[in-house]
Design a binder for this molecule. Structure first.
Ligand SMILES: Cc1cc2nc3c(=O)[nH]c(=O)nc-3n(C[C@H](O)[C@H](O)[C@H](O)COP(=O)(O)OP(=O)(O)OC[C@H]3O[C@@H](n4cnc5c(N)ncnc54)[C@H](O)[C@@H]3O)c2cc1C
Length: 475
């Protein structure tokens, strides 16, 4: 028996679920195919921050805001490197997305909307997240899917990777091949939407497209399947060369090449003025640790050897964090002392030379850097990097070092799409009946060469809903 739908959505994550549900609720016959055993994709680990201007929630709190102001902020933060048509589409529709979640019982964290300082901040309080981070979005989605399935127009297949796209002799997409129960199943569809996420869990594709070694803190299903599938049909990949890492995640204790975002150092100056210094493998400092722009620090990190550095501090510095925010999220000074020497990447020693030896830093370089830094603290001025916050010298044993690497939660390269979200070939022509939404189009599309608060989750939901409704209308 041939299986046939109006629409097949590949990937039941942040973008795919609202797309499939809206299409089914709008009257289309839809198949939502998920390779994992559970739905949700990156929502299981994402912060779920969304950004929207002109929402009901802002109005209730007396916050004046507009889509134009949001757009201007995105342009400022990304230095104009994001896709103008796509960021305009997000900014114009984001309030509707957030109001829709609101109507569907989304559990907003009570302090939102607020200005978030984890990335370059917006000028207005317009970032929202749930009490349970992105899982609060998933809770809304689960109810939405039940509703859509109850119409009889939506089928959801789990544990079923899409392994191929089928095309006719004109190159138009006609459906997908799904691996189901160990067998290839052909499914015909008038339209196919790729919502398979990014590729920050695939070292090979990452090296090819982002041009950097991968230390991943991404969701494990983010293996770039949509890019691989569409490239076989001649799809263009855009946003390469926009790579920007995140940093602070501690090395995973068991898996090389992975980092833990839940165990991360607070390295944003606005969140915790730094007591420590940052050194590279040769023991040299490489940035003003109190640089207010996190993007500047992230860019500087891409220029040092292996994109690897160590935060180095002494016992007085560690003790000084007791009354403020911790060095590592959730770790007291006692936790840190106890984990030094046993937790991967966390070291302590009685002297700086010994610390350097156990951590893998050049000992002479570190000793010289500490001496120079202590002169800067005594003088109250840092001639090397212009650091202004110089609270303590590095002199009281024991000394500590925590290894950090540029880590990737998201990927910037992705499938090129038109303003209507159709996948484009290298020559700019659309591949008929093939669409892409979510991180498979690359973070650069909506963030440019920057991290812009909420500008992945918001576009994923917004484009998902808009496209689902549009494709239903033509069913
Ligand atoms: C730790 C972390 C924190 C983040 N915080 C934020 C934040 O606060 N704000 C923000 O805007 N962004 C944030 N991001 C990024 C954002 O969460 C993601 O970009 C977004 O959730 C991706 O949505 P998606 O729908 O494209 O992919 P996903 O949500 O990952 O969904 C893709 C789905 O497709 C499935 N799939 C893949 N290949 C196939 C295949 N061949 N066949 C069938 N199914 C397939 C996957 O299993 C998955 O379920 C964060 C990312 C991480 C990792």
């Amino acid at each position: 028996m041939e299986l046939s739908y109006d629409l097949v959505v590949v990937g039941a994550g942040t973008a795919g679920i609202p797309c499939a549900a809206e299409a089914a609720l709008g009257g289309a016959r839809v198949l939502l195919v998920e390779k994992d055993q559970r739905i949700g994709g990156t929502l299981h680990i994402s912060g779920g921050h969304m950004a929207a201007a002109g929402t009901r929630r802002q109005a209730e709190r007396g916050i004046a805001d507009s889509a134009e102001a949001h757009l201007a902020d995105i342009r400022r933060i990304s230095s104009g490197t994001a896709r103008e048509d796509l960021i305009a589409l997000v900014a114009e529709n984001a309030a509707e997305t957030v109001d829709w979640l609101d109507e569907r019982g989304f559990a907003f964290a009570p302090e939102t909307p607020r200005i978030v300082y984890g990335h370059e901040p917006y000028g207005t309080a317009r970032t929202y997240y749930g009490v349970d981070e992105a899982l609060s979005i998933l809770a809304v989605y689960e109810r939405l899917l039940d509703e859509a399935v109850a119409t009889g127009r939506l089928d959801v297949w789990k544990n079923c990777p899409v392994v191929d796209l089928t095309v006719d002799d004109r190159g138009a997409v006609t459906g997908v091949t799904v691996l189901r129960g160990g067998q290839d199943v052909e499914v015909r569809a008038r339209d196919v939407v790729l919502a398979t996420g990014g590729f920050a869990a695939d070292p090979e594709l990452f090296l090819e497209l982002e041009g950097a070694p991968l230390v991943s803190a991404a969701y494990p299903t983010s293996t770039g399947d949509g890019i691989i599938l569409a490239r076989e049909l001649g799809a263009a990949v855009t946003g390469t060369g926009s790579f920007l890492p995140t940093f602070g995640g501690l090395p995973d204790p068991t898996t090389p090449g992975k980092a833990n975002w839940s165990d991360r150092q607070l390295l944003i100056a606005a969140e915790r003025p730094p007591v420590e210094i940052y050194v590279d493998r040769s023991g040299r400092r490489w940035v003003a640790e109190d640089e207010p722009s996190i993007d500047e620090k992230e860019r500087a990190l891409t220029r040092i050897e292996d994109m690897t550095f160590w935060t180095v501090f002494d016992d007085a510095m560690l003790e000084s964090t007791r009354s403020g925010r911790p060095l590592v999220v959730g770790w007291t000074p006692e936790d840190l002392r106890a984990r030094a020497g046993s937790r991967e990447g966390v070291h302590s020693a009685g002297t700086l030379e010994e610390l350097a030896a156990v951590a893998g830093i050049d000992p002479d370089g570190l000793v010289a850097t500490a001496a120079r830094y202590n002169e800067a603290v005594a003088a109250g001025s840092d001639p090397d990097f212009g650091r202004a916050h110089l609270p303590l010298p590095l002199e009281r044993a024991p000394f500590y070092a925590i290894r950090n690497h540029a880590i990737s939660l998201v990927t910037f390269a992705g499938l090129d799409v038109g303003s209507d979200l159709r996948v484009l070939r290298v020559d700019g022509s659309p591949i008929p009946h093939l669409y892409a939404i979510g991180e498979v189009i690359g973070a650069a599309a909506t963030c440019g060469q920057s991290f812009c608060s909420g500008m992945l989750v918001t576009p994923a939901i917004t484009f998902g809903r808009l496209l689902g409704r549009r494709l239903a209308a033509t069913a």
